[in-house]
Design a binder for this molecule. Structure first.
Ligand code: GLU
Ligand code: MG
Length: 460
């Protein structure tokens, strides 16, 4: 059977199975360069055709900024002309437990002829994973997702933030007020094929966190999008409103989407080690590679004006470039294995990461920076156990610790200066990504931080 016939046949089977289950539509979703999920929904009866040729979307989605304004400032995307096909990934079709009339699948953007589209973010990560594979490596990725939970207002225009739980932080009592919602998230996540590690009332007011079990990078990015859909549907059903924004309001806690990665070769976790750090040189080199490119990586993993507002010293969000062992203030926190947890538990957590990152681009940046460290056999500096934010400026300078980029211009400079991260994104995607960052920054220039945060509170 040809690939086209095969896809049509699978589309037919899925259409029949979904229709028999009472499913009306398939949501085909992707994340844009602002980390905002976008989608097209097709009737399930159209699946035999959509599985083959996708659904038409504009080329300009790559240059939508966070406000849905289109910037025509990226090379290759300067006119309103052009059309792409958004093709659902059939092996990822999931019936949504919280929206039983819908199924969900991540989409890939290809040209009208079915050729790869240089601006497609999922393909960027697929290429990174293929490069790792060719070199004999693989990676595991697990996300933590923090979010604020608020009461749904009577009037959608009403933006008053009524906290859905009063704390105390980490208290089981805090979650009592929203236990139907939490139960729905847990049940629906399991039904949607998401493996939750845990759920808890987080530190900030009305904040909740869930974690997803580690998996391969593309699946981790797909699942991070599916988890958002799952949580939002449960919130809607329970009269609640969820903010995934990096910083919903300056008065509250930031929502970090910390990402845990480990690099493997021949079934061995190269990050395996102890409280001293990774045992082998490759694990240390992975950390050193990420540390070298951290300003550029952060420009992709925490790229928005909201991200920049979130990254404040002393908030466990990682404001200075350094690494530490189990250091909660470090943007790179090494998590060793232990006798209890086993060697394979070891990983590196990146804290400068949030919902405004496109997860595919973010993981491509992280893995490429770490992998380059391994290829060049870099050695990391000694880990730091303290919070350098509490040190004097000259103590930080003596230790070679710098602040991470704190403005869009600084982020762009850092990104442009990293040949490894720019190569991972590719010229076209990088151009579009920078264009929307500049558009966002120009829009935010005259606004107070709180106004920016309010405008983007519900966008992710
Ligand atoms: N909410 C913090 C952040 O913005 C993280 C707190 C924690 O360590 O879990 O990343
Ligand atoms: Mg947390």
């Amino acid at each position: 059977m040809s690939a086209v016939e095969d896809a049509r046949e699978r589309g037919r089977e899925l259409a029949a199975a979904l229709a028999a289950d009472g499913v009306a539509g398939l949501i085909i979703a992707w994340a844009d360069n602002n980390g905002i999920p976008r989608s097209r929904t097709v009737p399930v009866a159209a699946l035999p055709q959509v599985a083959v040729s996708g659904v038409g979307v504009t080329t300009l989605f790559s240059v939508f900024d966070t406000n849905d304004a289109i910037t025509f400032a990226a090379p290759g995307l300067q006119t309103p002309s052009g059309d792409l096909r958004l093709v659902p990934q059939l092996d990822r079709v999931t019936r949504l437990a919280g929206q039983p009339a819908f199924a969900w699948a991540p989409g890939k953007q290809v040209t009208a002829d079915g050729d790869p589209w240089a601006f497609d973010q999922r393909s960027v990560l697929e290429r990174t994973v293929a490069r790792l594979d060719e070199a004999g490596y693989s990676a595991l990725v697990g996300y933590e997702m923090e979010f604020g939970v608020f009461e749904q207002p009577q009037d959608v225009e009403d933006d008053a933030l009524v906290r859905a739980h009063p704390g105390p932080a980490y208290s089981p009592h805090a979650l009592l007020l929203i236990d139907d919602f939490v139960a729905a998230v847990m049940r629906d996540a399991a039904a949607n094929g998401l493996r939750l590690g845990q759920v808890h009332a987080e530190y900030g007011p009305a904040q909740v966190e869930l974690s997803l079990a580690a998996t391969d990078p593309v699946t981790a990015a797909d699942q991070q999008l599916l988890a958002r859909q799952t949580v939002l549907a449960a919130a809607e059903a329970h009269g609640l409103r969820v903010s995934f924004a990096p910083l919903p309001t300056q008065a509250g806690a930031g929502n970090g989407w910390h990402v845990h990665t480990s690099l493997w070769r021949g079934g061995e976790n190269l990050l395996a080690g102890t409280a001293e750090g990774p045992r082998g040189t490759a694990g240390g080199a992975y950390i050193a590679g990420l540390l070298r490119d951290l300003p550029a990586v952060a420009a992709v993993t925490a790229p928005s004006l909201g991200s920049l507002a979130r990254i404040r010293p002393g908030f466990f969000a990682g404001a200075f470039a350094f690494w530490g062992v189990e250091n909660r203030e470090a943007p790179l926190r090494y998590v060793p294995g232990s006798a209890l947890l086993g060697e394979d538990h070891a990983n590196l957590e990146l804290k400068v990461s949030d919902a405004s990152a496109n997860p595919y681009l973010a993981l491509a940046a992280v893995l490429s920076a770490g992998m380059a460290g391994v290829e060049e056999n870099l050695a990391p500096p000694a880990p730091i156990a303290e919070d350098p934010g509490t040190w004097k400026k000259k103590e930080r300078a003596a230790a070679g610790i710098e602040k991470l980029p704190a403005s869009q211009a600084e982020q762009e400079e850092a990104l442009s200066a990293s040949p490894r991260v720019t190569a991972a994104l590719g010229e076209e995607t990088l151009g579009a990504f920078l264009a929307v960052r500049r558009a966002d920054a120009a829009w935010g220039q005259e606004l107070e931080t709180e106004e920016v945060l309010a405008a983007w509170r519900w966008r992710y």
